[in-house]
Design a protein. Structure first.
Length: 114
């Protein structure tokens, strides 16, 4: 039985991860797939706290910040970033989906876009 979480995992796997600097891929993949907080720097970027992100960034990350923000804006699900509240909701909803899997009704496009 396929669940909504399975469908979510498939959608996340299809994101163009190759356009993202390898340094950021594991943290963002875990966050996008399962809601696992990615670390202080990436969490600050996702929550749109860029001044804090700059304060937490190493030299390499500072130079990659524009590309990182462009990737998030262009490819990440919009409900997964933009404010601390949205990020907390994303993580909480994925945790709930793991605890209580919802069967996917094949052909129900509205469910797979949730």
């Amino acid at each position: 039985m396929k669940t909504l979480l399975d469908a979510h995992h498939e959608q996340i796997a299809e994101l163009p991860w190759g356009f993202l600097p390898p340094k950021f891929q594991p943290g963002l993949q875990n966050y996008m797939r399962d809601g696992v907080p990615p670390g202080d720097f990436l969490q600050a970027v996702l929550e749109d706290r860029l001044f804090e992100a700059m304060g937490r960034a190493d030299d390499e990350s500072v130079h990659m910040l524009k590309g990182l923000c462009t990737w998030i804006y262009s490819y990440a699900p919009s409900m997964a970033w933009g404010s601390p509240e949205k990020c907390a909701r994303w993580s909480a909803e994925l945790a709930e989906a793991r605890r209580n899997p919802t069967p996917l009704i094949e052909g129900d496009k509205a469910q797979t876009e949730a």
